[in-house]
Design a protein around this ligand. Structure first.
Ligand code: NAP
Length: 227
């Protein structure tokens, strides 16, 4: 049984990660502001992970940083606060959590950290200047930490296209928009949180031993192929 800390875990991709890890028999430490509305194998801490004091956890084999933003605006309407908020949530939040739990992760025989980037860090997209910049920094952080934390800790990220989660609800706000989004993706579907959770669980487990410093693009083909 592995012990995994999931930042998020009450909604979205990280909720599905908690469910899948629980099914595997792993123990989940979940940190989110609201309590999960489903049964899982582990403990929940009701906290703001960005601002509150973090709980003491004795030992850890893995960490998932499942908080992020989607802040899409034309460049001339993005102000300094937008850039700072995207930076704080996506980059500095991960830095704070990883630094805090690094001793526990270093004590594990082999630990794994998973973060989330976005296709917007890989391919230029209009209105994505702030989130694209922040997720580009996440990818740089992943590569630097992967190099620095060998051989005890593997560090990887997943860069999804749009995923049907509460975070994306404002974009996928009606059936017409959803149909247009399906049509834009070569695999003719929208990612479900379960899809990205499966990749996350793979990256946390021994099945992915030997993989570190990678950014996995999971995009239904959106930026990976042309058709
Ligand atoms: N959804 C997409 O289309 C998409 C696309 C590309 C990349 N991503 C990235 O994938 C990652 C996961 O996204 P998602 O769609 O699953 O997000 P989500 O639906 O917003 O879920 C985020 C989770 O984090 C928790 N959370 C948020 N702020 C928190 C805080 N300050 N302290 C503690 N917990 C907090 C939320 O629970 P509470 O509200 O209960 O705190 C929730 O459990 C993010 O990095 C996102 O940028 C998502």
């Amino acid at each position: 049984m592995k012990k995994i800390l999931i930042i998020g875990g009450s909604k979205g991709i990280s909720k599905e990660v908690v469910k899948q890890l629980s099914e595997k028999g792993d123990f989940c430490y979940v940190i989110s502001r609201t309590a999960p509305d489903f049964a899982f194998n582990g403990t929940h801490f009701a906290l703001n992970a960005l601002t509150d004091e973090l709980p003491a956890i004795e030992s850890l084999d893995g960490l998932v940083y499942g908080i992020g933003t989607i802040n899409l605006k034309p460049f001339n309407r993005l102000n300094a606060e937008d850039f700072q908020n995207d930076w704080q949530v996506n980059v500095m939040g991960a830095v704070k959590i990883i630094q805090h739990y690094l001793p526990q992760l270093k004590n594990a025989e082999q630990a794994s950290i998973v973060m989330f980037s976005s296709v917007a860090a890989q391919r230029g997209m209009p209105f994505h200047a702030s989130i694209g910049a922040a997720k580009g920094a996440v990818e740089g952080l992943v590569k630097s930490l992967a190099a620095e934390l060998v051989p005890k800790i593997r560090v990887n990220a997943i860069a999804p296209s749009i995923v049907d989660t509460p975070l994306a609800a404002g974009i996928l706000r009606n059936d017409t928009i959803k149909e247009n989004m399906v049509a834009k993706h070569p695999l003719k579907r929208i990612l479900q949180p379960q899809d990205v959770a499966k990749t996350t669980v793979f990256l946390l487990g021994e099945e992915s031993n030997g993989i570190t410093g990678q950014i996995f693009i999971q995009d239904n083909g959106l930026i990976s192929i042309s058709n």
